[in-house]
Design a protein around this ligand. Sequence first.
Ligand code: B12
Length: 214
Amino acid sequence: MIEHLKKCAQAVLEGDDRQAEKLARLTLDKDYPLLEVIDKGFVKGIREVGRLWEEGTLFLPELVMGAEAMKKAMAILQPALESGGHEQTKAGLVVIGTIEGDIHDIGKTLVATMLSANGFGILDLGADVPVQRFVDEAEGKKADCIAISALLTTTMPGQKKVIEELDRRSLRDRIKVIVGGAPCDEKWALDIGADGYAGDAVAAVALAGRVIGG
Ligand code: B12
């Protein structure tokens, strides 16, 4: 298993999408614990890609290849994660997306999958979602919560704008807001008046349950 995790991380690091797909299929065949393989294998790989890119060891094409390999593997694992045998209780409707100007969608999609696997109704708006669209969809579909991902320090302020727009339309009492993505933290969530922050997809499920339930 440890060897398998290493190979998953390595496939993403090398941007080898065929190997990543092969390892994702092997994960299902061998019935390895999905979340562990995602978190300690593929996600570990993409984080390392980001680190090496930041320190200048990798270049943008390699970052893109790493992300592609990651996405190919996730496309195979996500359906299995979703049908994970959890009770479908419809714990509330969550509108989720990555904020405008930001195309990072791997983490957002993982959060959406985990929420869905845990009984939440999900409306996934994708990436680069305008502030107005978050609020329009949440209002129209009578959503309980908006979950906003931001991976860039330059796009984080968009999360605050969604909250301001909810306020402006007097919807803030009814619709909760949770935020996440690499540059966000508890303090940021507090500063912008969000209902909470979570650092990974598992914590996001607990957080959504808490803010919607309470
Ligand atoms: C993959 C990647 C890309 C891919 C994205 C592919 C895709 N479709 O998503 C590509 C190559 C396209 C890309 C492009 C760019 N990128 Co980029 N990218 C990354 C990288 C390496 C990994 C991100 C990722 O997928 N992580 C894996 C997932 C699983 O983790 P996650 O996103 O953090 O999500 C988890 C948690 O944060 C949380 N979470 C996420 N969202 C939410 C939402 C809610 C509500 C909650 C509760 C929780 C939650 O749960 C998730 C699952 O556990 C990061 C490095 C890093 N450390 O994050 C850089 C990084 C985010 N990129 C960066 C940059 C600068 C860029 C570019 C501007 C580069 C350029 N010069 O063009 C462009 C931006 C384009 C744009 N307008 O958006 C910087 C941002 C720096 C900053 N502080 O702003 C980073 C941090 C790299 C770095 N170290 O410098 N990138």
